[in-house]
Design a protein around this ligand. Structure first.
Ligand code: ADP
Ligand code: MG
Length: 230
């Protein structure tokens, strides 16, 4: 099975000398998997996600994503890799407030140089799929949290990423909107999207994920798909 993520001997230290915030860690995520990363606050969940997204580099070890060894890329190469291959969704949406919904969604496609017509068609398709087509020309500030997160998901998917990363995507939402975004992630996984979801919400993990891992103090303490130890 094709691995979308392959971490080998990965360690991340923010201060030299101290105990690592993450690792040493070996982890593979197969294409089509929906992996939930759980664990208490400060256990290294965001650190792991940032390494996979190429937003940060490991202190030791190799990070391969979508067939590309990313821990040795330059910042410029990383930015290009991220735009083309990875979609990210954050707790607080990170939308650009002075761009309309459509423009927010189209931005990553424009940055990768996709043809204007193709980009517009993809954005329309996603807005319909995610139930936000009626908001196409409004600004994020006019939308509810749940609607904004849908826009953020559409933006994350516009370049058909090999990997969708979500860090506490329901963390800032009320229960109903959280439920909405949960259903959306379930649908995306059913459609074959590889997803890594960071959450301390076990209900969300159980609903969305085909596999759950738990981190405690930067170490893997549980993997629902691990081979039994012999
Ligand atoms: P989680 O997302 O599970 O709450 P994090 O990955 O954010 O955990 O943090 C793991 C550990 O690394 C924590 O002890 C945190 O304080 C530390 N840490 C995270 N980011 C930084 C940073 N940029 N600089 C220094 N320490 C950090
Ligand atoms: Mg975090």
């Amino acid at each position: 099975m094709t691995q979308v993520i392959e971490l080998t001997g990965v360690t991340k230290r923010y201060d030299s000398g101290g105990t690592p915030a993450l690792g040493p860690l070996d982890l593979g995520v197969a294409q089509g998997e929906a992996l939930a990363v759980t664990g208490p606050s400060g256990s290294g969940k965001s650190t792991l996600l940032n390494l996979v997204a190429g937003l940060d580099k490991p202190t030791e070890g190799a990070v391969t994503v979508a067939g590309q060894r990313i821990d040795r890329l330059s910042e410029h190469e990383l930015a290009r890799f991220r735009r083309a291959r990875i979609g990210m969704v954050f707790q607080f949406f990170n939308l650009l407030d002075d761009l309309t919904v459509t423009d927010n969604i189209q931005l990553p496609a424009q940055l990768t140089g996709t043809a204007r017509r193709k980009t517009a068609a993809r954005a329309t398709e996603l807005m319909e799929l995610l139930g936000i087509a009626r908001h196409a020309h409004v600004y994020p500030g006019q939308l509810s949290g749940g609607e904004r997160q849908r826009v953020a998901v559409a933006r994350a998917l516009v370049n058909r990423p090999a990997l969708l990363l979500a860090d506490e995507p329901t963390g800032a939402l009320d229960t109903a909107s959280g439920h909405d975004v949960r259903e959306l992630l379930v649908d995306l996984h059913r459609g074959g999207q590889t997803v890594v979801l960071v959450t301390h919400d076990m209900t969300l993990a159980e609903a969305c994920a085909s596999r759950t891992i738990q981190l405690v103090d930067g170490h893997l303490t549980l993997d629902s798909c691990a081979e039994p130890v012999r």
